[in-house]
Structure formats: structure tokens, C-alpha cells
Write a protein that binds this ligand. Structure first.
Ligand code: THG
Length: 827
């Protein structure tokens, strides 16, 4: 029998093919044509390109389906052909390589952002990826590569879809902007933690600036994951030659880099303590992205043949890891994990009411305070009566995510709410919790598996909470067995022996402690406790909580759900371990004293929502910087009620706030997600102010004509620029995508904008920018031109007499500068 892709990957380094788009164009396909449709329209051309790569020595041929998803095909009115195109594409690739190698189905980005950054929902993304992957499988693909993705949330939707809906192995390939992070702020370490937990088979990097920058990414992957690693760089950055963008890196130079990749070897020693087995982790697959040709692949082939690199079976002990979009929490052996408990409405009237009325200020405050208090994870529990928990949970998760960079623990008894929370959280989190009841095991374990979450196993079942340590162990064992059967590793399970209030007697609290070493030894799991339960209904709660926490740690507790903003808890976390007997006695005495005191449970400082009060313009500015739309809205309304001048609010709060956001973006303190939520917040305030300014009196920063050039249908970048311009007070005339130069010129004549801004993603369409400049000049329109997009460079902009910006934030600043300059010279 033929070896499978994964078996072969364990034996040797594999060679992936090179670029498809440039080859198609060499065969006469035009930039504005649908590349994916060529599988149906010109199958012989696609086949001949595949064959050239097979002859060059590629082991894996990628299908010509990078944009063959429902959302992108809709741009060509081909969304009814998703299945047909993908099936045909897989068959063409197979026809070329036969049984000598493997067919890899290519799955590119959807071209639209996922909520809350964009309009499409996780479920829509999941459906689009599912549809494409199923068709690729049906066409006979051996594996799929989800590639050129910069948003880890989009990658999650794609990986979860392919893993859940097909049997295909998955290569997950991210694009790092500068060799370090994606534009969304995700590092190779974060990607590795999230994707490994989701069960991807290969982790990869592709596209970006070229092989140089990718060496660093490969090294960092190799150091933090046991997954096979693939690299697929561009042939450098495109340069402009005779008005054509060309990738100039020669096959020999490209092969030189490939050799460098093959020589990378990172020594992996088990665990943080370095006790596990040791092996050298090396790159497993090399291929080429934009600008590479069969000659590049051929040049790499000889390098692979002579190299000593060995992909080899992947080994090595891995710590359990949690991650948010931008941060990894690596749980080294011995590291105690603190989970912040305060996003929880139990016993808090104001919080409950806020949730019921759909507001999120307390959630935000608690997220910020606990992050400052150095929690490792934040528990999110919004269970209150009379709400639709499956809708409120994802909303709460999004709020917490935008004010904290910590991974989350999604806490609910409701499976539907858990699932929606796990979808919304774009990282690797903790599912809180599954218990020993049949229904819970059946519904909740598959969720942990599907969304790659670690899981808390709560020791209770149909009989309720067990009395003894032995019964706790029995239930824990049942859950762990079921979890293992569902594909969840014991290392990803935190058993919660469930402590209840000491108010009804301390025997139960002690049994929960005793069970800690028992479940750890017998089941090889970690343990966790919701510490504050122990003091429910009692006076002097903080003291009891702190003592019980210390005690539980002496018994070997690995993690706790606690109030990190409490000084006594903080102190207990730092306290040196004390003899068990001594602590036990102190705890018992404290419980008796508390009971004797007979006072009713004193109310803990109810952290009421401090009413937001507009005091100065700086308050609104801060809310814009924080991306807090709710606060901007409230404060702006108050300011307007107080009779503040709306134009002043715009000029002194909203605009300066956004300018600081721009600076933070440039310093890489902020990434795209933060910029977009600040822009959204600013817009909220802007709309309120605008409504108060008489029509015609509204000061516009300038009028900008915006378009993605002819032949190019990539409009994410353009849409971000549009949003930022509008939120900065510009009037934007958006001509959309694939806009012919004539249309730009005639609109410019009619509207006389202060500037024209053009976007292009492709090297092939970028040259249209020069055409537009020429036609504007021919028409005698001396309007400043701004250009930007993935492959556009300052050099190119200079050559065509345009102004260049690296990114959307820069584009706004540039537009302001140009328009001010023009106005001051009286134009
Ligand atoms: N195990 C697991 N998850 C859990 C628990 C557990 N999640 C919820 C809970 N128990 C842990 N979290 C809390 C959060 C708050 C309180 C106790 C446990 C609490 N709140 C105060 C009250 O109810 O009076 C209110 C505090 C305030 O007013 O500020 O005590 O055991 N897996």
C-alpha cells in the first residue's frame, strides 16, 4: 500500500511546489481573470504547470484553489461552482503527480474579516472552509494547506472546519508581516500553541517578505513545537523592471536559503526542566510561494537530496500551554496557575443587572484589574437568570479579549454557551467545565476536543457532590477515561475536587484536599479548585480563602480560581510552604472562630461600577485609545448634554485619541485588532457629535477618492483605510474594487477630491497605479495620489509620482499631511 502523507513526512524532508499565479499568467491568464476558474476553463494549462513542478522534483503538488471559496468566488459570480472547481483542481494535481507524491489542497483566506473585526461570523467562515475542504477531499487531495493567513481567528475557523468535517491532515500556514508577528499581533509561539492544541499536523509559514525573514520564524517554531515545520517563502520582494513587478531572486540564491533552512536544527529537550528525551527538530517541508518557478524548485531539490536533514518522527515532551491572540502562558512543571474569578455575577447585584441590560462596563473593569493583578487566565462566567447565555457569553468574551491579553477560561453549565464562548475566544483556552454526569460527558467533551481547549473535570455526578476523597477519585477516573476516549490527553485535564463551604462542616473541605495527590498520582492529570467556595456564607472570607489556598498548595494543587485583586490571596500565593499539620490546625481554628463569631456573611467590597463621568476632553480621548465604544458613547453624550461644542469634542478628544492609536500602531504596541476597535469607538463619538453640528458646518478633513485598481479584487486593505479615513473626519468616495482608470478619472473630474488613494495587492495589478497617474495627468488633473498595498514599495510610488504609505494608519496621516500642505499653498 502507498504510504500516507504523514507516514512519508516521518521519513524524509519533502519538497512542495512553487507559485501558481505567475505561471498561469505566463500562460496568458489575465490578472482580472479568476485563477481558480482556470481548473475548468483551461485545465490543460493548469495541468502543464503541475507537470513542470513534478518534473522539477516536487513531492507535493498544490491545487490551484487558493481563492476557491464561496466568498471569493462570489466576486466572479462563481459561488455556485465551489465544489466543481475544487474537485477538478484536485484531479488535475493528481493527474500530474500520480502515485509518486501527494496532492495538497490549497485553501487561502476568505478575503473578509471575521467579527468583531469584520462582518462575517465564525460560523460563516467555518461553513465556507468546510465546503471547500470537502470538495478537495472528494477530488482526492491527500492533505490540505490553509495558507497565507494572518488572523489566528480565521485560521482557527479553517482548522476546526477541516478537522471536524473531513479526514484530511492539515498544514496550517501563517504569514508573518515582519518575520516576527502577523499584522494582527500573533507571534510564531502563539500560533504554535493555538494550532498544536487544535491538532494540526504541520505548522508553517509562507509568503511574506522572502526567505531571509522566514529563517527566524522557522527557528522559533522549531524551538516551541513538536509539530513538523514547513516553510514556503517568496522569491524575495518584487522589484519594478520595465513597469513590471518581478521577483528577482534567482533559483540558485533561493536554493541557498533552502540549504540554510535544512541546516536549522533546534535541540529539543523534554520539558522546562530538561528531563525528557532529546532530539534535533528540523524543517520537514520546503516549498516556494510568490515568484518561485519550477527552476527554483529544481534548485532546491538537489539541496534536499544532499542534505542530512531528517524530518524524523516528532518527539519531545510539551508543556501544557494557554494562549490569547498575542500571548502564551507556558505552564512549566511546577508553575502554579492563577485563574481570576472576578468576572462572575454571583452575589453581585450591580453586575447581574448590568449583564441583564446588556452592558459590559463591570466586565471590562474586572478584566483590566485582574490582568494588572497578574492573573494567568481569566475565568468568564456570566450566568444570571433571564438572559440568553449563548449570546451573552461570546459578547463577554469579546469584551474581555479587547481589554486583556490573557487566555480565558469559559465557565458555564450550558453547552451551547460554552461552544459560543470557545468560538469567540481567539486563542487556546480552558473549558470550565465537564462533570461526571452522562449528559455532560457526551455534550461537553467533544467541545473541548473540537476547539482545542484544556478542560476542567468537576468531581460530581448524578449522585451529586461526593463525600469522600475516594469517591472523588472514582468520578475523576470516569471523566478522564471518557475524555481520553474523546481524544483529550490527560495532560490537558485539570481535575477539580470541588470544595464547598466550610460553613456546613470542614470534613468535605479536607476530603477535597486529600483527593488532590490521589487523582494526580493515579490519573496523571493536573488539579484545580474554586477556592472562594470554601468561605461562602461566612465572615472573614478573605482570610479563610487565603488559608485554604495555602493548604491546597501543600497538597499539590496545580491551579486555582481565585480573587487576585485580594491582598490576602496575593500574600498567600507568595507564602513559603508550611508543614501540612500546622496549616491544617490554623485553618480549622479559623473556621471555628468564624462560625463562633456568628456574624452574617459581611458583604465584600462591592466593586460597583464607578459611574462614568465626563470631566475633561481627555476622558473621551482615553476611551478612544482603549477602544471602549461604550465609554466613548456615554462620555460624549454627557459632554454634549453639558453643552460642550461638538466640533471641540471631535478636535480635542476623538481625533487626538486616534492619533495616539496610530503612534502605538507604529511602535507595534498596537496591532490591527486594537486599531479597529479604537476606530469603532471613535466613530461612535463622531456620529453623536455630527448629529449636533448643523449640516454644511461639519468640518471635513478632506475628500478622498478611494479604489482598488483594475484587475484586483482584494479590498480588505482598502476597506480598512476607508474606515480609518472616515473616522478621522474625511469624506470618502469609495469606488470599490477592480476599478478601471477611466472611472477613477471621470469621478475625479466630477468630485474634485483633495486626494486619490489606490490599493493593490498583486504585483500584476500594482502597475495599474501608474496607468491611473498617467491618465490623471493627461486629463490635466493635478490631484495628489496615495498608493499602498502588500507589494507596493516607496520606490515604486516615487517612480510613478505618488505618495506611499506602508499601512492604513500611515495612509490617514499621509492624507492629512498632503491635504494640509495643499491647502497652505492655496491650492
Ligand atoms: N470550580 C470551577 N469553577 C468555578 C468554581 C469552582 N467557577 C465559579 C466558582 N466556583 C469560582 N468563582 C467564584 C467567583 C466568585 C465567588 C466565589 C467563587 C464569590 N463571590 C462573592 C459572593 O458570591 O458573595 C461576591 C464577591 C464580590 O462581591 O465582589 O464568592 O469551584 N471549576
Amino acid at each position: 500500500m502507498r504510504t500516507t502523507f504523514l507516514e512519508e513526512l516521518n521519513k524524509r524532508v519533502l519538497l512542495m511546489d512553487g507559485a501558481m499565479g505567475t505561471q498561469l499568467m505566463a500562460g496568458g491568464v489575465k490578472p482580472e481573470d479568476c485563477f481558480d476558474a482556470q481548473n475548468l476553463d483551461r485545465p490543460e494549462l493548469v495541468l502543464s504547470i503541475h507537470r513542470a513542478y513534478v518534473e522539477a522534483g516536487a513531492d507535493i503538488i498544490e491545487t490551484n484553489t487558493f481563492g476557491a471559496n464561496r466568498l471569493k468566488l462570489a466576486d466572479y459570480k462563481l459561488d455556485n461552482k465551489v465544489a466543481e472547481i475544487n474537485i477538478s483542481a484536485a484531479k488535475l494535481a493528481r493527474q500530474a503527480i500520480g502515485s509518486k507524491g501527494f496532492v495538497c489542497g490549497s485553501i487561502g483566506p476568505l478575503g473578509k474579516m471575521i467579527e468583531p473585526l469584520g462582518e462575517i461570523t465564525f460560523d460563516q467562515a467555518y461553513a465556507a472552509f468546510t465546503e471547500q475542504a470537502k470538495a478537495l477531499q472528494e477530488g482526492g487531495a491527500d492533505v490540505v494547506s490553509i495558507e497565507t493567513i494572518s488572523d489566528i481567528q480565521e485560521m482557527r475557523a479553517a482548522v476546526i472546519a477541516v478537522k471536524t468535517e473531513t479526514n484530511l491532515p492539515v498544514i496550517a500556514s501563517m504569514t508573518y508581516d515582519d518575520g516576527e508577528k502577523t499584522v494582527y499581533g500573533t507571534s510564531p509561539e502563539v500560533a504554535a500553541a493555538v494550532l498544536e492544541a487544535l491538532g494540526v499536523d504541520v505548522i508553517a509559514a509562507n509568503c511574506s517578505t522572502g526567505p531571509e525573514g522566514m529563517v527566524e520564524v522557522a527557528k522559533r517554531y522549531l524551538a516551541v513545537t513538536k509539530l513538523p515545520v514547513m516553510v514556503m517563502p517568496n522569491a524575495g520582494m518584487p522589484e519594478l523592471i520595465d513597469d513590471k513587478a518581478v521577483y528577482k531572486m534567482t533559483p540558485a540564491k533561493f536554493a541557498g536559503f533552502a540549504e540554510k533552512f535544512l541546516k536549522l536544527g533546534v535541540r529539543i529537550v523534554g520539558g522546562c526542566g530538561g528531563t525528557g528525551p532529546e532530539h534535533i527538530h528540523q524543517v520537514s517541508i520546503i516549498g516556494g510561494c510568490c515568484g518561485t518557478t519550477p527552476d527554483h524548485i529544481k534548485a532546491v531539490k538537489s539541496g534536499i537530496k544532499s542534505s542530512k536533514a531528517q524530518a524524523g518522527p516528532q518527539r519531545g515532551y510539551q508543556n501544557i500551554k494557554f494562549a490569547s491572540r498575542t500571548r502564551v502562558i507556558d505552564v512549566c512543571p511546577g508553575r502554579f496557575l492563577s485563574v481570576g474569578e472576578r468576572i462572575n455575577p454571583t452575589g453581585r447585584k450591580a453586575f447581574r443587572e448590568e449583564i441583564q441590560s446588556g452592558k459590559t462596563q463591570i466586565i471590562k473593569t474586572e478584566a483590566i484589574d485582574q490582568t494588572k493583578a497578574k492573573a494567568d487566565l481569566l475565568d468568564v462566567n456570566i450566568s444570571v437568570p433571564e438572559i440568553q447565555e449563548s449570546e451573552v457569553m461570546p459578547a463577554a468574551v469579546r469584551v474581555v479579549q479587547s481589554f486583556s491579553d490573557l487566555p480565558l477560561s469559559i465557565d458555564s453549565p450550558n453547552p451551547h454557551a460554552l461552544e459560543e464562548g470557545l468560538k469567540a475566544f481567539c486563542g487556546r483556552g480552558l473549558l470550565n467545565s465537564v462533570n461526571g454526569k452522562k449528559d455532560s460527558l457526551e455534550k461537553i467533551l467533544p467541545l473541548a476536543k473540537k476547539y482545542g481547549a484544556a478542560v476542567i473535570a468537576l468531581c460530581l455526578d448524578e449522585q451529586g457532590i461526593p463525600k469522600s476523597a475516594a469517591d472523588r477519585l472514582r468520578i475523576a477516573e470516569k471523566i478522564v477515561t471518557a475524555a481520553n476516549d474523546a481524544g483529550i490527553k490527560s495532560a490537558d485535564i485539570f481535575v477539580d475536587n470541588l470544595v464547598m463551604t466550610a460553613g456546613v462542616g470542614i470534613n468535605d473541605c479536607l476530603e477535597a484536599l486529600k483527593a488532590i495527590p490521589m487523582v494526580k498520582d493515579k490519573l496523571g492529570v493536573k488539579t484545580i479548585l474554586g477556592i472562594s467556595n470554601v468561605s461562602h456564607g461566612m465572615p472573614d472570607r478573605a482570610k479563610l480563602n487565603a488559608l485554604y489556598l495555602q493548604l491546597a498548595r501543600v497538597y499539590g494543587l496545580d491551579a486555582a480560581i481565585i480573587d487576585l485583586t485580594d491582598p490576602q490571596i496575593k500574600k498567600a500565593l507568595k507564602a513559603k510552604p508550611q508543614p501540612r499539620e500546622k496549616l491544617l490546625n490554623v485553618f480549622k481554628d479559623a473556621v471555628s472562630a468564624a462560625k463562633r463569631s456568628g456574624r452574617p456573611a459581611e458583604k465584600k467590597r462591592e466593586v460597583e461600577l464607578q459611574e462614568l463621568k465626563f470631566k475633561s476632553y481627555a476622558d473621551i480621548e482615553t476611551a478612544v485609545i482603549e477602544g471602549d465604544a461604550e465609554a466613548v458613547c456615554q462620555l460624549t453624550e454627557q459632554a454634549l448634554d453639558k453643552g460642550k461644542d461638538p466640533q471641540k469634542i471631535i478636535d480635542q478628544s476623538l481625533v487626538p485619541g486616534m492619533e495616539i492609536v496610530g503612534k502605538k500602531f507604529n511602535k507595534k504596541e498596537y496591532f490591527l485588532p486594537q486599531v479597529l476597535s479604537s476606530a469603532e469607538a471613535m466613530k461612535t463619538g463622531f456620529e453623536l457629535c455630527k448629529a449636533k453640528i448643523p449640516k454644511g458646518k461639519i468640518k471635513v478633513a478632506g475628500k478622498v477618492l478611494l479604489a482598488t485598481v483594475k484587475g484586483d479584487i482584494h479590498d480588505i486593505g482598502k476597506n480598512i483605510v476607508k474606515m480609518l479615513l472616515e473616522n478621522n473626519g474625511f469624506k470618502v468616495i469609495d469606488l470599490g474594487k477592480d476599478v478601471p482608470p477611466e472611472q477613477i478619472v471621470s469621478m475625479a473630474k466630477k468630485e474634485r477630491p483633495d486626494a486619490i488613494a489606490l490599493s493593490a495587492l498583486l504585483t500584476t495589478t500594482m502597475v495599474e497605479m501608474g496607468v491611473v497617474r498617467q491618465e490623471l495627468d493627461d486629463a490635466g488633473l493635478d490631484i495628489p495620489l496615495l498608493v499602498g498595498g502588500a507589494v507596493v514599495t516607496k520606490g515604486y510610488a516615487d517612480r510613478i509620482g505618488a505618495n506611499y504609505s506602508m499601512d492604513a494608519v500611515g495612509a490617514v496621516a499621509l492624507a492629512k499631511k498632503i491635504i494640509q500642505a495643499a491647502r497652505s499653498t492655496g491650492q
